[in-house]
Design a binder for this molecule. Sequence first.
Ligand SMILES: Cc1ncc(COP(=O)(O)O)c(C=O)c1O
Length: 440
Amino acid sequence: MNRRRFVLATAAAASAAQQPPKPAIDDDLPVRESPLRAGYFGSDYYDEKERRQLDDVLETKRPFRWYGPGSEPPAKVLTFEREFAARMQARFALAVTSGTAALITAVAALEIGPGDEVILPAWTWHSCYSAIVLAGALPVFAEIDESFNIDPADFERNITSHTKAVMAVHLQGNPCDMDRVLAVARSHGIKVIEDCAQSVGASFKGRPVGSWGDIGIYSLQLNKTITAGEGGAVVTNDAALFERATRFHDLGVLRPPHQKVLGRSQVDGFPGSQFRMSEFTGGVLLAQLRKLDTIVAGLRSHARRVYDGIRDVPGLRLRTRPDPAGDLGVAVFVGFDSKERRDRYMAAMKAQNVPASPPGGSVILPVVPHVEQKRTIHSAWPSFTSERGRAIRYGAECCPRTIDILSRFAGVSLHPRFTASDTADIVTAIRKVYPVVLRA
Ligand SMILES: Cc1ncc(COP(=O)(O)O)c(C=O)c1O
């Protein structure tokens, strides 16, 4: 934004904050000349480091993690696992092919199966529901709160004698209140799976997400903080869970390098899947992991600047953040008392070339047709043949609060490589638009 536009825009923002509402602000000069776009994170940081990792795999002709030409086994995936565990402050990390594979592996590690119930938020990604159903267990939805994460009180309300685990999904960079989730889970003997797919690098009370519960999972797909296009990881502090996860991801087998990490095997083999990560992926992720702190620091500094710049806007309603310092800062969401007002805000922000979007990257699962109809790959699927499985009803009736909250918030996405001028534009646009929409 040039100086003249800046002066006009800030003057407009100041007057918008002081004067009675105007019916429209579309006739003002937009804050920016062209739309602000956030784009992808990790892949924007690709450089010689990722290229060297890939070249190395090509030149040594060692794309497979367990063996290949040469006297020593390849070590990129193994090194990634070691560094990832250290970064996430967990004893063990296992690399897998995707976040979905990581969830399926975590569910298997916890011995979740037919007859078990798993509580998950009504707003999250398909993978959470699929992982539960593929294990033959019953998904039970809990409402979200204004953090967009699972409401710990509704999690507690949905517990039955069959509840085996809860999925605490840290959505769009915002950590769940792990104190409350863990207090409920521990008091009922329920296992906690942390899904950190959308929050790689976020933390709660200074400790990385994923290390708080019994087992944590991450996605390293393109939309996530660091990426190799596809990829996932599982972390845990529990040796038996790690061994079960490791065996499950590799056809029930425990390979010598993982045996060495574990020290002592304590789990017998069982049939598993095949979710092994390739050395190409491992190499790229190793390079990306070493950039994670830079990416997180960039996002957080922009988020801080935006929050600081808007905190005194009268009547401002923000997405709840149980630990603002731990938030990844992927977007700044503001809320309203109605969908109409929220939609008006989005239209006005678009006109300012600072677009705001509804919460994204997840779906309201209970209203997805195959969920609502309880469809499975076989008609005798154990998830829905038990008495409770037959009785359970999904659909909009089971998550009215989730639907309402998601309809009233909109956020501006951030990017670690935004400039100070980009974040100043976001502040100016919110200061200009929010009070007007609020009072209209
Ligand atoms: C909350 C959540 N869990 C799990 C996943 C699955 O990750 P992947 O796409 O790597 O399978 C995603 C992906 O977006 C996600 O958002």
